[in-house]
Every structure is written in structure tokens, then in C-alpha cells.
Design a binder for this molecule. Structure first.
Ligand SMILES: [Zn+2]
Length: 366
């Protein structure tokens, strides 16, 4: 399938799209789409492992118009009503979701959603219940490793020691991803202290990405409490995405459960609204184990979302709802192949599901 991939992308998916094959099939169920915010105007991609899931506003508009023309885009409230068995899904139902709560969700993505008159379920972390702006720890770590001078490094802080040799981009990606796993094993305080030490040791090279009011700040900054309230007031629904975005499978169980459960109570207190949905950070098979799945149910969410698989016709276990993970390299035809369930069915026929198939380290989810 890997060898066939360029052919599928360039010839096969567009040909079927032109022929209208995807939206003529009668697949039922629900397709859930995951975005991760947009790449704002004035920002260039850094690395596919870091921002391969950010699309431009123009592509979002095209995808939404395609969905509105051939599918039924349901609101998050409709999805809740379906989960609570108060209503049935319309045929060819699609739910829009977006993870992480980057500032550009409000500044760049919301205007496109409003123009197309659709609503989205935004999953945010505990960072967006705070007054001051922060950024995702693993994104900053990526930039630190990417820009640090080549050579050996060793960082030791709050009981975490990471060392390695920074050389090629591939090596830096590998060190970053193993560090994400290692730092997911400790609490958010120890992680923050490690980041502080890493900034000093690797060269304080990320400060320019965080200047207020810059395109870069919209790319890397997280929503503050007031901005989150603004997003909710604009008619968008807010779900939980843990307190500090760790890889839950790596954390001791009591800390992992607190991340799942307390993110809900904090959001409910800030929004004065029920928070019923949860999205697993990273959301890939490595980070979402059966133990982690059980936590979302125990914390009394109505639904919890993965970050792979998905498309119409796929199974919909309420605490492991699959989602179509949108990437920057996905053409409109490929996007529809995923949403319609065609991609998943094709992989099933070929003898493998997409569980993790589209996932390379880090690039996939977040
Ligand atoms: Zn995330």
C-alpha cells in the first residue's frame, strides 16, 4: 500500500472524486473529522512532524463547502443528542472537531466556520482556563531541539535526565519523540522545570515565536481563558483534552486520571456549562491503551475521541470514537476518500485497518 500511495493520491482518489463515487455510496453512521487549527497567513511550515496537521484557511473553506454539498454537517449538540439516544443521525453525518486550542482557532478558524455556518467541537487543555498565554510543551521542545547547535547535550532537571547527540533533522525528530514519551511520565510541574532547563541549555531559541500579536503567536500560542470564553460565546462547543497534554499511557494511573477528570471540572467552572466530550492527547494506539479508555468513561464523559481511523460506516464505540485526521498534504479528493469511509474500507479489503497506518512518530496526532 505504501508503494501505491503516490498513485492513489495523484490519480486514484481524484478520479473517483470526479466521478462522484464517494458521495454516491450509501454509507451510514458518523464521520468525525479532526483539525488542529490552521497555519496562519505569514507563517511557513517548520517540519511535517510538528505542523503537518495544520492546513490553510483556504483549504478549510474548500473542505467545508464539499461537506455541506454532499454530507450533513451536524452540530456538536446534535452529536450529544445522538449519544444520549434523543435523536437519530441524519444520513451521511459529519461532525467537525479541533484539538489543542491554539489561538488561531479563534482568530483564523472561527471566521471560516462562521462564514460557512457550521459549528465545531474544540478540545482544549487546562492551559486555556488560565489568564496568561502559554504554549504546548512538546511543540516548544521540538523547536528547541531543531534549532540547537549540533553536538552532544545532556539536560537534567526535576528527576528527569535526557541526553543525546543532535545532528540530522531525522535524529533530532527521534530525540524529540523519545523525550515526549519520557516527559509524559512525570507531572506537569516537573515537565515545566525540565523545559526551563532545556531553554537555558539549548539556547533560548524559541522566544521569537511568542511575540504578542505576531502570526507566530497565533500559530504557537494557546487560547487564554477570556479567548476560550469568546470562542464558546460564538456558538462553538468546548470539550476537554486533559490538563497538560501528556501521553496518558506513560503517566502513573492516578496522575493520568487527574488529567482526564480535572480538565473537565476546570473547564466547566470557567465556561459555566456542561463539558461532555473528551479527546485523548496524541490519540494514537501507543498513547491510548485500554486502561486509558476506561478513564474517560469513569470520569463520566458522554463520548471520547481517538485520532485515527474514522469515516462513514466505521464502528462507533462511545469511548473510542475514531476520527479522520486531516493533514496538510491531504488533497480535497483524499479528504473525501477518508470522510466517506472509502479509504478505511479499501484498507480493510487490503487486509489491514488504518489503525496507526497513517501515523508516524508525532506527526499523526497531537
Ligand atoms: Zn492534542
Amino acid at each position: 500500500m505504501r508503494i501505491l500511495s503516490p498513485f492513489l493520491k495523484r490519480v486514484f482518489y481524484p478520479a473517483l472524486s470526479l466521478a462522484g463515487v464517494y458521495h454516491r455510496t450509501s454509507a451510514t453512521g458518523l464521520a468525525v473529522v479532526t483539525y488542529h487549527g490552521l497555519l496562519p497567513e505569514g507563517c511557513e511550515p517548520v517540519d511535517s512532524a510538528l505542523d503537518g496537521n495544520l492546513i490553510r484557511a483556504e483549504m478549510l473553506g474548500r473542505q467545508l463547502r464539499l461537506l455541506k454539498a454532499h454530507y450533513n454537517v451536524i452540530s456538536p449538540e446534535d452529536a450529544l443528542a445522538w449519544r444520549e439516544e434523543r435523536c437519530k443521525l441524519p444520513p451521511r453525518a459529519v461532525l467537525l472537531t479541533c484539538d489543542d486550542g491554539l489561538l488561531n482557532c479563534l482568530t483564523d478558524m472561527l471566521p471560516v466556520l462562521q462564514k460557512e455556518k457550521v459549528s465545531c467541537l474544540f478540545f482544549v487543555t487546562g492551559a486555556s482556563t488560565e489568564e496568561s498565554r502559554t504554549r504546548l510543551w512538546y511543540e516548544e521542545l521540538f523547536l528547541l531541539f531543531l534549532r540547537a547547535p549540533a553536538g552532544h547535550f545532556e539536560i537534567s532537571s526535576a528527576g528527569v535526565r535526557i541526553e543525546g547527540d543532535l545532528g540530522s533533522r531525522g535524529e533530532r525528530r527521534e530525540i524529540w519523540w523519545s523525550s515526549v514519551k519520557r516527559l509524559s511520565q512525570v507531572d506537569s510541574r516537573a515537565r515545566a522545570l525540565f523545559l526551563q532547563a532545556a531553554r537555558i541549555q539549548l539556547g533560548r531559541n524559541t522566544e521569537r515565536d511568542f511575540e504578542p500579536h505576531s502570526a507566530s503567536c497565533r500559530r504557537f500560542g494557546l487560547l487564554t481563558r477570556a479567548e476560550l470564553q469568546e470562542l464558546a460565546s460564538a456558538g462553538m462547543t468546548i470539550g476537554a483534552h486533559t490538563l497538560s497534554h501528556p501521553m496518558l499511557s506513560q503517566l502513573p494511573p492516578e496522575l493520568a486520571y487527574a488529567e482526564v477528570s480535572e480538565s473537565r471540572t476546570r473547564l466547566e467552572s470557567v465556561l459555566q456549562k456542561r463539558v461532555w466530550a473528551f479527546a485523548y492527547p496524541f490519540g494514537d494506539p501507543q498513547s491510548v491503551t485500554p486502561r486509558v479508555l476506561a478513564m474517560a468513561k469513569e470520569a463520566r464523559y458522554e463520548a471520547a475521541f481517538l485520532n485515527f481511523g474514522g469515516g462513514l460506516g466505521t464502528a462507533l464505540p462511545p469511548y473510542a470514537l475514531p476520527r479522520v485526521h486531516v493533514t496538510a498534504e491531504m488533497s480535497l479528493a483524499e479528504f473525501e476518500a477518508h470522510v466517506s469511509g472509502f479509504y478505511e474500507r479499501m484498507h480493510r479489503v487490503a487486509g489491514r485497518g488504518t489503525q496507526g497506518a497513517a501515523m508516524t512518530q508525532g506527526q499523526a496526532s497531537k
